[in-house]
Design a protein around this ligand. Structure first.
Ligand SMILES: [Cu+2]
Length: 163
Protein backbone atom coordinates (compact mmCIF):
# COMPACT_ATOMS: atom_id res chain seq x y z
CA UNK A 1 0.00 0.00 0.00
CA UNK A 2 2.74 2.36 0.99
CA UNK A 3 4.68 1.56 -2.13
CA UNK A 4 1.66 2.10 -4.32
CA UNK A 5 0.92 5.41 -2.69
CA UNK A 6 4.38 6.79 -3.20
CA UNK A 7 4.37 5.55 -6.79
CA UNK A 8 1.22 7.54 -7.34
CA UNK A 9 2.73 10.60 -5.74
CA UNK A 10 5.80 10.33 -7.90
CA UNK A 11 3.88 9.84 -11.12
CA UNK A 12 1.62 12.70 -10.11
CA UNK A 13 4.58 15.00 -9.89
CA UNK A 14 5.31 14.58 -13.57
CA UNK A 15 2.21 16.54 -14.36
CA UNK A 16 2.24 20.15 -13.52
CA UNK A 17 -1.47 20.51 -14.17
CA UNK A 18 -2.81 21.62 -10.83
CA UNK A 19 -4.17 18.59 -9.07
CA UNK A 20 -7.61 20.03 -8.37
CA UNK A 21 -9.14 19.79 -11.81
CA UNK A 22 -12.44 21.55 -12.21
CA UNK A 23 -15.42 19.75 -13.58
CA UNK A 24 -18.95 20.88 -14.23
CA UNK A 25 -22.29 19.32 -14.99
CA UNK A 26 -24.96 21.15 -16.96
CA UNK A 27 -27.92 18.94 -17.69
CA UNK A 28 -26.57 16.01 -19.68
CA UNK A 29 -23.26 17.68 -20.33
CA UNK A 30 -20.24 17.01 -18.22
CA UNK A 31 -17.38 19.43 -18.70
CA UNK A 32 -14.06 18.26 -17.41
CA UNK A 33 -10.88 20.11 -16.61
CA UNK A 34 -10.89 23.33 -18.61
CA UNK A 35 -7.28 24.51 -18.82
CA UNK A 36 -4.87 26.75 -20.66
CA UNK A 37 -1.16 26.77 -21.12
CA UNK A 38 0.69 29.41 -19.17
CA UNK A 39 2.05 32.02 -21.56
CA UNK A 40 4.55 34.85 -21.40
CA UNK A 41 2.83 38.18 -20.66
CA UNK A 42 3.39 39.49 -24.18
CA UNK A 43 1.45 36.67 -25.84
CA UNK A 44 -1.49 38.16 -27.78
CA UNK A 45 -3.36 34.88 -28.15
CA UNK A 46 -3.98 31.78 -26.11
CA UNK A 47 -6.15 28.68 -26.14
CA UNK A 48 -8.52 26.86 -23.86
CA UNK A 49 -8.76 23.07 -23.69
CA UNK A 50 -11.37 20.91 -22.01
CA UNK A 51 -13.36 17.74 -22.39
CA UNK A 52 -17.11 17.78 -22.97
CA UNK A 53 -19.03 14.59 -22.41
CA UNK A 54 -22.65 14.18 -23.40
CA UNK A 55 -24.37 11.68 -21.12
CA UNK A 56 -27.80 12.33 -22.62
CA UNK A 57 -29.87 10.89 -25.42
CA UNK A 58 -29.70 13.90 -27.73
CA UNK A 59 -26.71 15.55 -29.27
CA UNK A 60 -25.75 19.06 -28.32
CA UNK A 61 -23.50 21.55 -30.03
CA UNK A 62 -20.96 24.00 -28.70
CA UNK A 63 -21.49 27.18 -30.70
CA UNK A 64 -19.23 29.63 -28.94
CA UNK A 65 -17.51 30.84 -25.82
CA UNK A 66 -16.63 34.10 -24.20
CA UNK A 67 -14.32 35.15 -21.43
CA UNK A 68 -13.34 38.47 -19.92
CA UNK A 69 -9.65 37.65 -20.44
CA UNK A 70 -9.96 37.79 -24.24
CA UNK A 71 -11.23 40.41 -26.65
CA UNK A 72 -12.87 37.67 -28.63
CA UNK A 73 -12.79 33.92 -29.03
CA UNK A 74 -13.19 31.45 -31.88
CA UNK A 75 -13.67 27.70 -31.99
CA UNK A 76 -10.70 26.20 -33.79
CA UNK A 77 -9.58 22.85 -35.08
CA UNK A 78 -6.24 21.69 -36.40
CA UNK A 79 -6.01 20.27 -39.89
CA UNK A 80 -3.19 18.74 -41.84
CA UNK A 81 -2.62 20.56 -45.07
CA UNK A 82 0.28 19.85 -47.41
CA UNK A 83 2.16 18.21 -44.58
CA UNK A 84 1.65 21.19 -42.34
CA UNK A 85 -0.47 21.45 -39.29
CA UNK A 86 -2.58 24.56 -39.28
CA UNK A 87 -5.57 25.70 -37.35
CA UNK A 88 -8.77 27.04 -38.72
CA UNK A 89 -12.00 28.41 -37.38
CA UNK A 90 -15.07 26.21 -37.16
CA UNK A 91 -18.62 27.33 -36.47
CA UNK A 92 -19.50 24.72 -33.92
CA UNK A 93 -18.51 21.43 -32.36
CA UNK A 94 -21.10 18.70 -32.04
CA UNK A 95 -21.10 16.50 -28.97
CA UNK A 96 -23.13 13.49 -30.00
CA UNK A 97 -25.28 11.61 -27.50
CA UNK A 98 -23.14 9.30 -25.40
CA UNK A 99 -19.91 10.71 -26.82
CA UNK A 100 -17.27 13.02 -25.52
CA UNK A 101 -15.12 15.50 -27.36
CA UNK A 102 -11.69 16.39 -26.14
CA UNK A 103 -10.30 19.83 -26.84
CA UNK A 104 -6.53 19.48 -26.61
CA UNK A 105 -3.30 20.88 -27.98
CA UNK A 106 -3.08 19.94 -31.65
CA UNK A 107 -6.83 19.42 -31.85
CA UNK A 108 -9.94 21.40 -31.08
CA UNK A 109 -9.51 24.43 -28.87
CA UNK A 110 -11.15 27.68 -27.95
CA UNK A 111 -8.84 30.31 -29.39
CA UNK A 112 -8.41 33.41 -27.29
CA UNK A 113 -7.61 36.60 -29.18
CA UNK A 114 -6.55 39.95 -27.81
CA UNK A 115 -5.67 38.69 -24.34
CA UNK A 116 -6.53 41.22 -21.66
CA UNK A 117 -4.36 39.67 -18.99
CA UNK A 118 -1.46 37.23 -19.01
CA UNK A 119 -2.21 33.54 -18.55
CA UNK A 120 -0.20 32.91 -15.42
CA UNK A 121 0.40 29.39 -14.13
CA UNK A 122 -1.70 28.62 -11.09
CA UNK A 123 -4.32 31.25 -11.89
CA UNK A 124 -7.74 30.63 -13.31
CA UNK A 125 -10.21 32.66 -15.31
CA UNK A 126 -13.93 32.43 -16.00
CA UNK A 127 -15.37 31.31 -19.31
CA UNK A 128 -18.93 30.96 -20.55
CA UNK A 129 -19.51 28.10 -22.95
CA UNK A 130 -22.53 28.48 -25.22
CA UNK A 131 -24.40 25.35 -26.26
CA UNK A 132 -27.33 25.06 -28.61
CA UNK A 133 -29.44 23.05 -26.19
CA UNK A 134 -27.84 23.41 -22.76
CA UNK A 135 -27.49 27.16 -23.17
CA UNK A 136 -24.76 29.06 -21.39
CA UNK A 137 -22.53 27.21 -18.97
CA UNK A 138 -20.07 29.06 -16.76
CA UNK A 139 -16.79 27.33 -16.01
CA UNK A 140 -13.42 28.26 -14.60
CA UNK A 141 -10.31 27.58 -16.60
CA UNK A 142 -7.10 26.64 -14.85
CA UNK A 143 -3.83 27.92 -16.19
CA UNK A 144 -1.06 25.34 -15.99
CA UNK A 145 2.28 24.56 -17.49
CA UNK A 146 1.39 21.06 -18.46
CA UNK A 147 2.85 20.90 -21.94
CA UNK A 148 6.28 19.59 -22.72
CA UNK A 149 8.24 22.66 -23.75
CA UNK A 150 8.01 23.06 -27.51
CA UNK A 151 10.14 26.13 -27.63
CA UNK A 152 11.79 27.96 -24.82
CA UNK A 153 10.51 31.42 -24.08
CA UNK A 154 13.08 34.02 -25.09
CA UNK A 155 14.11 34.95 -21.63
CA UNK A 156 17.86 34.94 -22.00
CA UNK A 157 18.10 38.69 -21.60
CA UNK A 158 20.07 38.47 -18.39
CA UNK A 159 23.23 37.65 -20.23
CA UNK A 160 26.79 38.06 -19.19
CA UNK A 161 27.96 41.52 -18.40
CA UNK A 162 31.50 42.09 -19.54
CA UNK A 163 33.38 44.90 -17.92
CU1 LIG B 1 -6.42 28.37 -32.75
Amino acid sequence: MRVLLSALLISGSFFSIPSLAYDYTAGDLHINHPWSRALPPVAPTGATYLTIENRGQQSDTLIGARTPVAGHTELHEHVHQNGLMKMQQIDSVEIAAGQSVEFRPGGHHVMLFDLKEPLVAGHDYPMTLIFERAGEVDVKVQVGESEPAVNQPAEQEHGHHHH
